[in-house]
Write a protein that binds this ligand. Sequence first.
Ligand code: CAA
Length: 379
Amino acid sequence: MSFPLTTEQEMIRLMARDFARKELEPFAAQWDKSEHFPLEAVRKMGQLGLLGMLVPFEYGGTAAGAVSYSLALQEIAYACASTAVTMSVTTLSQDPILKFGTETQKQSYLTPLARGEYLGAFAITEPGAGSDPGGMSMRAEAKGGDYLVNGTKVFITNGGYADVVILVARTAPEKANRGLSAFIVEKGMPGFSIGHKEDKMGLRASNTVELVFEDCRIPAENILGREGLGFKIAMQALDSGRIGIASQSVGIARACLDESVSYAKTRRQFGRAISSFQAIQWMLADTATQIEAARLLTLSAASLKDQGQPYTKEASMAKLFASEMCNQAAYKALQVHGGYGYMKEFKIERLYRDARVTAIYEGTSEIQRLVIAREIAGG
Ligand code: CAA
């Protein structure tokens, strides 16, 4: 089965690929090694319209749609998985403002985010609330017309560079999930600071930090929607975000496959190229087949989103399948490389590390199965 692309979608894919191969891929290994966040390259992506692909023109976006976004993100991830998560989370942070923001909030925050002038972050995770964000303890207490926020968010992608953070905190302790509210927080607000930077296994050129709130006053006009909507706002954003992580997984897996093919063709053992051995051929064939399946699931979920259809289940299926597939692809690609694959001078070593988190963030594989099961069989 093929997934026919429009001329515009194909052009966007080629533009993203051209940018990624020239501006990201040659530097990705060095950025990983030095944990360098490639701000300049990210700014260029903003100028190319790659950071506002799901935002309408009137708010500075390119309104390219979710299929084009997925295609572009796959190309970025192929070249640099770290930059792909930077792109994905900036896009994730736009969703709540687009769907729940007032006109003023859209003009003030969505437009610069979509143009890539601002970077965005999405903060729901806490030390004691990962898979279960409904269990978060960060308080946002209504006080004198503002909200007084205290607590810490962890593992926040882009946090150290974000100009705008979508923050979910508890406004009503007695109401569980319905007691959460979402806010727009600006960099530099008194009482808001960047904490510890994480020393990660992979995606080392992306930025992951703690965000600390100590008596931080958030103006009441920065609430998204109304009090109590925070959980739903976050879940809807994650539905869309999961298409992004599925796309990132497909991109990383394609890079794993290409690395294996070129290594297998040049590496000789027992007097011939290892690509001539069936054991290697089967690994390549399985990976290529699984990549195609993941790509189709991902584009299918993206297409539902573009058509305005429900896509919660399909986004979780795509994220589950593509991220697990990506990890298998990285495992097999390293196996094809043998001992060399374990060495840092080979690209597959980085891809293997980068792949791991795709099955964890924006909902673990176990959470995706829970979402899918609830969608098909109810609570
Ligand atoms: N869209 C809209 N509403 C939704 C929804 C969705 N996709 N999913 C749930 N809701 C609504 C429900 O309808 C329900 O509404 P009512 O209160 O009106 O009945 C409410 O939200 C609560 O739903 P549940 O009872 O299903 O909630 P739950 O506590 O059982 O949790 C969950 C469900 C799927 C496990 C959810 O907690 C979840 O997705 N957890 C994973 C969290 C996650 O993905 N974290 C990622 C962090 S961000 C990140 O990783 C980004 C990054 O930096 C890379």
